[in-house]
Design a protein around this ligand. Structure first.
Ligand SMILES: C[S@@+](CC[C@H](N)C(=O)[O-])C[C@H]1O[C@@H](n2cnc3c(N)ncnc32)[C@H](O)[C@@H]1O
Length: 247
């Protein structure tokens, strides 16, 4: 998420992390309560921080264009927006590039509001209401799976398993993108308010590697107000590529 590095609602690992990961269900419940009460608009999706939406969208579009230029992404049929909320990323980043975008989010009300926020059903595929900790993406469907500002809502273990299921969900040549805030100095921070972890980039990369993904391209988000955590965009491919003729 887009928090300030000096945010008072976060406490440092290891104590908070150990106690929180002992009770992942409690953390997920807390997240659901938090996000079901947030304002159902762009500001709500961005944690109430101003000045993020426009640079975030252009940073993501530039990142997609770089992936395209480098032939990392070559097909533009189906995309999946994970932790989609009201569909901010779906509408501004994925719909302009992909024929059909599916959405998944934990909070029913946010997914419902997406119809109004996006304003059209054209280009919208399926809408799933489920936590990523259990969600199984349809198999071999997606050219891109975009995971923005939601990977921190999962425990290390659940994020690893989710990424493994994402690999199953990729079409041949497909790509997983994680766009996430990262902490400095190698420490993971737990935010009690919304039950969310800010991990160092090294841990995100380790979790992705353990899941069977390798980095194809990385970039840093620019143009955000000062005082926030850095935000990284990382494109991954499966270590064992999904073949055209796999069953
Ligand atoms: C910071 S918002 C980001 C929304 C969107 N990705 C964006 O950038 O506009 C986090 C979103 O993740 C959703 N979320 C939180 N925990 C989740 C979970 N375990 N599984 C799926 N979605 C979750 C929230 O409901 C919320 O919509």
């Amino acid at each position: 998420m887009r928090r300030r590095t000096d945010s008072s609602d976060c406490c440092e690992a290891p104590g908070a992390i150990e106690s929180s990961t002992d009770n992942p269900h409690k953390v997920y419940e807390k997240a659901e309560t938090f996000w079901s009460r947030c304002s159902q608009d762009e500001m709500g999706m961005l944690g109430g921080t101003t000045g993020l939406h426009a640079p975030d969208v252009s940073g993501s579009i530039n990142f997609l264009n770089t992936l395209k230029k480098n032939n990392i992404i070559t097909k533009f049929e189906n995309a999946l927006d994970c932790g989609s909320g009201i569909g901010r990323v779906t509408k501004h980043v994925l719909m302009p590039a992909y024929k059909s975008v599916d959405m998944v989010d934990l909070v029913d009300e946010l997914v419902a509001t997406s119809a109004v926020y996006i304003g059209t059903d054209d280009g919208i595929g399926e809408k799933f209401v489920e936590g990523l900790q259990t969600f199984e993406p349809p198999v071999r469907k997606y050219d891109i799976i975009w995971i923005q500002w939601v990977s921190g809502q999962l425990t290390d273990q659940d994020l690893t398993s989710f990424l493994q299921r994402c690999i199953q969900g990729l079409a041949p040549g497909g790509t997983v993108v994680i766009k996430e805030s990262v902490s400095n100095g190698g420490k993971t921070l737990f935010h009690d308010t919304d039950g969310c972890w800010t991990r160092p980039e090294s841990l995100i990369l380790k979790i992705a590697e353990n899941a069977g993904l390798k980095v194809s391209h990385k970039a840093i988000q620019t143009g955000f107000p000062k005082g926030l955590f850095s935000v990284k965009m990382i494109a991954f491919k499966p270590v064992h590529p999904v073949e055209e003729n796999d069953d």
